[in-house]
Structure formats: structure tokens, C-alpha cells
Design a protein around this ligand. Structure first.
Ligand code: NAG
Ligand code: NAG
Length: 433
């Protein structure tokens, strides 16, 4: 009896040990499958494909990116259905709530939280993003450009709605390398504060780290056309140069800098008084608000006394964002700058900073700069539609403006999916830990 009992005991023990071993093996395998090392094989879990629910999955993005007529017609029909319209708007409250649990938010939204390659890790970028509304646009933009080695300064307009501020603060709080600007200003269209918002972020980014190589400024309605790796390679090929529109100022715009302006009740107005010429008789160049510049250029903006004089002089002009960066770009000695001679002028189409379709340059004739906008217009610029996608990707620019999730979300859905697939494919097998 006793020995029988003992053998039962032994069998039980053996079984327990065997089960324990099996369990351990299972755990080890399980852990391995979620170890980053497994990413060298496949990273489908970071792909948007299987994740994005909702009506956008109904459209044929690969067809749209190729300009396929059938896909375009289908997408346009889809956009106007009630069901689609009902689902596209995401309220600010959603982000406020979701970002209370950052871990969950980041994994649900599939943020890439490790550097995809050594090449990208060794070439960090610094972003300034100026936002005032449309949180969903901002979040999709951030998700598309987010990488843990980059840093992001977010300027939310001082007069933005409380829910917009709270939603963006929530999103920002989920990332150690994304922060709110130290001093937010009240942005006035075409007024000096628009420039001040970027300068405040420049100062914060400059202080935050000395590692980053290039500065890029964005607004909430921009979207990338390139992956982070593609951007890094294009920026490296600039060999320390800056890239932005910088051309002679046309006569029709000279009033902007020859009259004193001031902000009255949140709008900019001419006082009728004339301004003194710019300091050092710098030739004032024409450009736009969006630039791609080296850390050295930012140092000049913050510390070069000639630039400080120019900044002081520019504060009462009209739309200083459309000439200040372009002019600094032509000051001798500014890192990455070009000589002021017109032979060194760069147009917005040749620069890589920003792709914008201006109403006045659209058309089908040879004299047009680009084909007509397939979406709608806001302040004479194109809000892209699905029919613009193929053209967008044919260009070399890092970013395009303007996108609107509330009226035309499919271009963003297709671009983000395209870029994510590309980013994962590019770095397949190149992970390092
Ligand atoms: C999507 O468009 C492409 C053409 O660009 C076509 O080959 C493909 O069959 C389409 N897919 C669907 C599901 O309609
Ligand atoms: C708020 O977030 C939690 C967890 O992230 C979720 O379970 C809940 O449904 C959300 N509530 C609302 C009202 O969205």
C-alpha cells in the first residue's frame, strides 16, 4: 500500500515537474515572440493595414496612389456618404480620455517607439509644430513623423479652445521627446506672432539638445510625403545646406515691408506710415513660412546680432514669415546659407521643405506650375483631394500642405498607410538592439 502510494506520489511529482517545464518553455517562446528581436522577421503588428477600422478601409489606396480612375470615383462616392461623414470626426474628448493611459494609447495607435535603423538614430531631427485646431490632423501628423530619437516642440495657439489645448497636452504627455513650447503666443494671421511662435520653439529645441542635425517647422495641416529614413537621406545629401524658397521679392509685395503695420483687434493693419530700410541694407528675399535648416542656421536666428537687428526691424511688417527666413538664408556667414545673388535663388518647387498648390499657379496649360487642385481651396491654397495623391508622391518635397481630416480624410488615410508600409519594408532585417 505504502509503496503504491509512494509511486503515485512520485508520478504526481514527475508530472508536476514536466508540466512546469512545459510551462516555462511556453513562456520563453511567448516572450520571444514579443521580443524586439522577432521584428527582424516581420513587423506586421506595426502595419496600419489590419488595424484601421472604419470606412476608410473600403477604399483602394494603392489604386488611388497610382491615379486609378475607378478607385478615384469610388473614393469620391464614399466620401459623400452619410455613414462615412458620421465616422470621420474624432472629438477632442476622445484624445483627452485615451491619453490618460499612454501605454494603451501608443500601442493602439501603433506609434513606433524604437529607432527603425542606426542610420536614423544617428541623425535626429528637431520639429516645431504650430497648431490651433483640428486635433485629429495633428495626431495623425505626429504619429506619421514620430521617432524616439527626434524631438518635437508643440506650439498651441494661446487663443485655442480649452478642449484643443487639453487634447494636445494629453497626447504630448505620452512622449518623453515631445513637449509644449515654454511660451505660447497669440498667433495673428500674417502678423509677427506667427514667426515668434516658431522662434520660441527654436529656442526650446536649441536648449533641449545639441544632438539634432536639422530643424523642420510644420503646421497642424501638413503631412509627410517621405519616411523618416528617406528624410534623413535627403537631408544628409544637402551636405550642411538649408532648403527653402528664397527669391527676389516681386514689386507687387514690396508694400509689405515699406509700410508700418500693427495688430488691431487680432488683425494686422497698415498704419500708413513708411518704414525705414532694412538694417545693413540686406536684400529682402521672398519665401514662405516653412523651412528645412541646420542647427547652425537656428544658432544664427537666436544669437547672430545682425539677425537680431533684422528681426527687430521685421516686427511691424506684413507677413514677416514670408520673407524673414528667406532673407536670413542669404546673409553671408549664416551656416547653410546661399549668396544673395539671384543666381542662387531657390523656388518653392526646387526646395524640399514644403509642397503647396497655390490657386494662381494651377491649370492645364503649359504656363501652369501644376495641375488643378482636386480637393478644395482655403485662402488660395489647395486642400488636397484623392485626385492629388499621385502628383503629391511624384514630387521630392518632405512635406505637403494642406490636409483636412474633417472634409477630405482619404488622402491622409492613404498616405499614412503607404508611408508606414514603406518604413517597415525599408528597415526589414536592419534592426539593431
Ligand atoms: C485597386 O487598384 C488597382 C489598380 O491600381 C487594381 O489592380 C486592384 O485590383 C484594385 N483593388 C481592388 C480591391 O479593387
Ligand atoms: C475612456 O478610455 C477608457 C480606457 O482607455 C475606455 O475604456 C473608455 O471607454 C473611454 N471612455 C470614453 C467615454 O471614451
Amino acid at each position: 500500500m505504502r509503496s503504491r502510494k509512494q509511486s503515485w506520489c512520485q508520478l504526481f511529482l514527475k508530472l508536476t515537474v514536466a508540466l512546469g517545464l512545459l510551462w516555462t518553455l511556453f513562456l520563453v517562446l511567448e516572450m520571444q515572440s514579443s521580443w524586439p528581436i522577432d521584428l527582424t522577421h516581420r513587423n506586421h503588428w506595426l502595419d496600419y493595414r489590419d488595424y484601421d477600422f472604419g470606412p476608410e478601409t473600403l477604399c483602394n489606396c494603392s489604386g488611388l496612389l497610382e491615379g486609378n480612375t475607378e478607385a478615384l470615383v469610388e473614393a469620391k462616392l464614399l466620401t459623400i456618404t452619410k455613414e462615412f461623414q458620421k465616422h470621420i470626426h474624432i472629438p477632442d474628448e476622445y484624445y483627452i480620455n485615451e491619453t490618460k493611459d499612454c501605454r494603451n494609447f501608443k500601442s493602439k495607435r501603433k506609434y513606433i517607439t524604437f529607432a527603425l535603423s542606426k542610420e536614423e538614430e544617428d541623425f535626429p531631427l528637431a520639429y516645431s509644430i504650430v497648431v490651433h485646431h483640428k486635433v485629429q490632423n495633428f495626431e495623425r501628423l505626429l504619429r506619421a513623423i514620430y521617432a524616439p530619437q527626434n524631438i518635437y516642440c508643440i506650439h498651441v495657439d494661446e487663443k485655442s479652445q480649452a478642449s484643443v489645448k487639453a487634447a494636445i497636452t494629453g497626447i504630448v504627455s505620452c512622449f518623453p521627446n515631445v513637449f509644449m513650447v515654454t511660451h505660447a503666443v497669440n498667433v495673428v494671421y500674417a502678423g509677427w506672432p506667427r514667426v515668434q511662435a516658431d522662434i520660441n520653439c527654436m529656442a526650446d529645441l536649441y536648449k533641449y539638445s545639441t544632438e539634432w542635425k536639422y530643424f523642420i517647422n510644420l503646421c497642424g495641416q501638413d503631412f509627410p510625403l517621405k519616411t523618416n529614413l528617406e528624410m534623413v537621406r535627403m537631408l544628409r545629401s544637402l551636405k550642411g545646406g538649408n532648403s527653402m524658397e528664397s527669391e527676389d521679392m516681386p514689386g507687387s509685395k514690396k508694400w509689405r515691408i515699406s509700410q508700418v503695420h500693427q495688430i488691431v483687434n487680432g488683425a494686422i493693419k497698415s498704419t500708413g506710415k513708411s518704414k525705414s530700410p532694412p538694417p545693413f541694407n540686406f536684400p529682402i528675399k521672398s519665401g514662405n513660412a516653412y523651412i528645412v535648416v541646420t542647427r547652425g542656421y537656428i544658432r544664427s536666428v537666436l544669437k547672430d546680432t545682425r539677425v537680431q537687428d533684422l528681426i527687430e526691424w521685421a516686427k511691424d511688417t506684413y507677413s514677416p514669415d514670408e520673407f524673414l527666413w528667406a532673407t536670413i538664408q542669404r546673409i553671408p556667414g549664416v551656416p547653410g546659407s546661399k549668396r544673395p545673388h539671384t543666381k542662387y535663388d531657390q523656388t518653392d518647387m526646387n526646395a524640399i521643405a514644403r509642397l503647396v498648390k497655390w490657386f494662381s499657379h494651377e491649370g492645364s496649360q503649359d504656363s501652369a506650375v501644376y495641375p488643378a487642385c482636386q480637393g478644395s481651396h482655403v485662402r488660395s491654397t489647395c486642400v488636397y483631394g484623392v485626385g492629388d495623391l499621385q502628383w503629391l508622391l511624384e514630387n521630392h518635397h518632405l512635406f505637403a500642405n494642406k490636409f483636412d481630416m474633417d472634409t477630405n480624410p482619404i488622402p491622409v488615410f492613404c498616405l499614412e498607410r503607404h508611408l508606414r508600409q514603406k518604413a517597415l519594408a525599408e528597415t526589414e532585417g536592419q534592426f539593431f538592439f
